[in-house]
Design a binder for this molecule. Structure first.
Ligand code: AMP
Ligand code: ZN
Length: 141
């Protein structure tokens, strides 16, 4: 019983074990954009300017826990944010969309999220391989 209460606290982000993204979702802050079952906000430690995170309102462990509505709203959010970013910055010439699922895959925040990372020509000397760089030695092929 005690264990299940503790686990539940961790999953939902209560006062005992607050989840950073649950707090942002609940904050109602103006810079948290609403996409139905999802929200989007700027990453606090961006890989590039305009790096957004698309996050379910529900506390879910990772992308694969999203239901159909959340997946659909995620796609809508990514498309919408892409247009917004392109309109705001003519130097954006590409995007990476990335999801880290599990600690092994590099996930550091235990609340599902999708990264939308705008890219600009020359932002790294050799971008070839993109997300293959999760294992740096395998990036180039
Ligand atoms: P991941 O490593 O895929 O779990 O990504 C977690 C992301 O959350 C990182 O890119 C962090 O920069 C970002 N992050 C961590 N804390 C915050 C925060 N308080 N607000 C916004 N982004 C955050
Ligand atoms: Zn959470």
């Amino acid at each position: 019983m005690t264990t299940s209460v503790a686990m539940s606290s961790q999953r939902t982000g209560t006062a005992d074990t607050p989840c950073t993204f649950c707090r942002i979702v609940r904050s109602g802050a103006r810079d948290v954009r609403d996409f139905g079952t999802m929200v989007a906000f700027l990453d606090a430690y961006p890989v590039s300017e305009g790096h957004f995170l698309v996050v379910p309102k529900r506390h879910l462990a990772d992308y694969f826990e999203l239901n159909d509505a959340e997946q659909s709203d995620s796609v809508r959010a990514l498309r919408d944010l892409r247009v917004t970013l392109l309109e705001a910055d003519s130097n954006i010439t590409g995007f990476n969309v990335g999801v880290n699922c599990g600690v092994t895959a590099g996930q550091t925040v235990e609340h599902a999220h999708i990264h939308l990372i705008p890219r600009r020509r020359g932002d790294t000397p050799d971008p070839r391989g993109g997300v293959r760089g999760v294992i740096p030695a395998k990036m180039s092929y």
